[in-house]
Design a protein around this ligand. Structure first.
Ligand code: M6R
Length: 607
């Protein structure tokens, strides 16, 4: 949701904070701010509505705080509109804080403090937390933090500085993620590892209600009773290049190109002697045979990967799979329990609804399996079984490579389950695995021919609305294609099962309305072509994504993106690439901020 950073060391603190925030801007970008202890040991604050660059411009004009310790924030508004006054840091007098999360009982606390004569300048829950810390302040920062967090309900990662403790940064978290980076004579706090990677790869994962103290002597960590604790120092395996644009114009385009490598890194360690092997993730054939049904619970793109998983697992393994949107699952009292497997798919591993859905599944006695990209994230740590996807850091808000590896894992899982329950034999399983291993090379080839997608995108830029249609796996894929387009191009679009159109939606079709038809499944091909003709004859402009070998008759398609011949089941891994590129180039043609689309944030840690 929001990104927070903090620094104590010898470097120019403002530069370190701004640099760290630039790596976290994907988490929120409607305002930014920093608070730094200046050379006179006084706290100096600079903040501005809008992108981080606005803050930089403001400091270039007005002068920047100079010092060696401070905290910073990039915001995705929850309480109070994006504005200078609602930007973090917020001050409560002697205490200044940055916050990621939501203080659910902020209204109650605000009323309590107002009765005590405390006044508020902003509409934020964060200012309430800052004022409460100040109200409780008794000269001992750790004791004050311990006392204050007992009154806070909801989620928070807080970076805190106290005016009378110069050059010391305090941090505490509950639910919202926070890491503590440890460098040579310097230390950091951050919402995510990429913010500190340029300075250090070593970090601690702060657990619920642990308190970190960063000063010129290093880092100390205390439990919620104020007792010092020793924690395992982790080392990030991402390098600095992984978080740069590497010569691409946008992170999204870079990440689309990283998909072949991401697939190789994800599947290779899970294939032994040509067969899937998920033992190191806690998944064995015996374990798989125990499940009577599977739920896949996730949000957005990750949920679309789950849809793909449903088709593949049901088809290959014959085990029923229910796909649920996490925000629905958690409140619909699902009939789930012992003997069920609940798979949670999440790039960030921090999505609030997915996390809550996982907790509910555990409470009801189901086993949970997390498919997660972000190492050490909450979902990864709390699930019973875990498969990490190795996509590397995904910075663009629109998910591409994370989706690709989520579906690659779903394939491997389906192959292993089908073998475990005896629905396929070893030979068939080896054949499927070897096909999956071929996908990175095939995607590399596709990425060499992007011109058609650029051309298709150019024809979409003035569209008001469009439809994506497909059947079976192509329907699951259409949902992802449609989401990708709308989130970054701001063109309205819907995905429909092709056979469902005539039950109402076809009335939307008018002269020239673009319809992107995905038709990669041979068994369903003729059926989809009939549906295409239905929309074509009503004036739709049809863009067909299908095998290159198919030559559309006149009156079937206006444009075609041709895919190589490949096994039907794995076709979606190829077909998603043109859909991603069409969305990307449409957004570029419309002059949008591709990597940071409006109103969105990469990691949705609130309900
Ligand atoms: O981090 P997660 O995978 O749990 O995130 C889920 C969705 O918020 C995410 O996939 C979102 O839909 C993307 N912006 C889509 O591109």
């Amino acid at each position: 949701m929001c990104g927070i950073v903090g620094y104590v060391g010898k470097r120019d603190c403002t530069d370190v904070l701004i640099n760290g925030l630039s790596k976290l801007e994907y988490r929120g970008y409607d305002s930014a701010g920093i608070a730094v202890f200046n050379k006179n040991q006084k706290i100096e604050v600079a903040k501005s509505k809008g992108r981080l660059q606005n803050l930089v411009d403001k400091m270039n004009a007005d002068g920047k705080p100079m010092g060696n310790a401070g905290i910073g924030h990039t915001r995705w508004a929850t309480h109070g509109e994006p504005s200078d006054v609602n930007s973090h840091p917020h001050s409560g007098g002697r205490v200044t804080i940055v916050h990621n999360g939501i203080i659910e009982n902020y209204k109650e606390i605000k009323d309590y403090l107002t009765d005590k004569g405390v006044s508020f300048a902003s509409d934020t829950d964060t200012e309430v937390a800052a004022k409460l810390l100040d109200y409780n302040y008794n000269g001992s920062p750790i004791k004050t933090i311990m006392d204050t967090i007992r009154s806070l309900e909801g989620s928070y990662a807080l970076g805190i500085i106290f005016a009378d403790h110069p050059n010391v940064v305090y941090a505490v978290r509950k639910e919202s993620p926070l890491i503590v980076g440890v460098g040579e004579g310097e230390s950091f706090i951050a919402s995510d590892v990429p913010a500190v990677l340029e300075y250090t790869k070593d970090y601690y994962l702060l657990e619920h209600e642990e308190i970190a103290v960063l000063d010129n002597n290093g880092v100390k960590i205390f439990d919620s009773f104020g007792r010092p604790i020793q924690k395992e120092l982790k080392t990030a395996d991402w390098d600095v290049e992984a978080i740069g644009k590497g010569g691409y114009e946008h992170f999204m385009l870079k990440e689309i190109h990283e998909q072949p490598t991401a697939i190789r890194n994800t599947i290779k360690p899970r294939i032994k002697d040509g067969l899937p092997n998920l033992e190191e993730c806690g998944i064995t054939p015996q374990v798989l045979r125990e499940f009577r049904q599977i739920f896949i619970v996730a949000c957005g793109t990750a949920m679309h990967a789950g849809m793909m998983g449903k088709y593949v697992v049901e088809k290959l393994a014959g085990v029923p799979v229910i796909v649920d949107i996490a925000s629905e699952f958690r409140y619909r009292d699902p009939i789930v329990g012992e003997g069920d497997l609940v798979i949670i798919i999440s790039q960030s591993g921090e999505t609030a609804d997915s996390k809550a859905a996982m907790h509910l599944a555990k409470e009801k006695g189901a086993k949970t399996l997390a498919i997660v990209n972000a190492m050490g994230s909450s979902i990864a740590r709390e699930a019973d079984m875990l498969i990490y996807t190795h996509a590397g850091p995904e910075i663009a808000v629109a998910s591409t490579k994370a989706y690709m590896v989520q579906i690659a894992v779903m394939y491997l899982f389906a192959f292993e389950m089908a073998l475990a329950v005896g629905k396929i034999d070893e030979n068939e399983c080896r054949r499927l695995v070897s096909l999956l291993e071929k996908t990175p090379d095939m995607i590399e080839n596709l990425l060499e021919h992007k011109e058609t997608t650029q051309y298709i995108a150019a024809t979409l830029i003035n569209a008001d609305s469009l439809l994506y249609i497909g059947r079976g796996l192509d329907y699951a894929l259409s949902m992802e294609g449609s989401l990708k387009l709308k989130e970054i191009s701001y063109i309205h679009s819907e995905a429909y099962a092709a056979g469902e159109l005539k039950h109402g939606t076809i009335s939307l079709i008018n002269e020239g309305m673009p319809v992107i038809a995905v038709a990669t499944q041979q068994a369903l091909f003729d059926k989809t072509i009939s549906n295409i003709q239905e929309v074509k004859s009503r004036g739709a402009k049809v863009i067909l994504v299908c095998r290159d070998s198919y030559q559309p008759e006149q009156n079937t398609a206006d444009m075609k993106f041709g895919l190589p011949d490949f096994d039907d089941m794995l076709m979606p891994m190829l077909a998603v690439v043109p859909l991603q590129l069409i969305a990307y180039y449409t957004s570029v043609h419309r002059g949008n901020d591709v990597d940071k689309p409006r109103n969105l944030a990469k990691s949705v840690t609130v309900e």
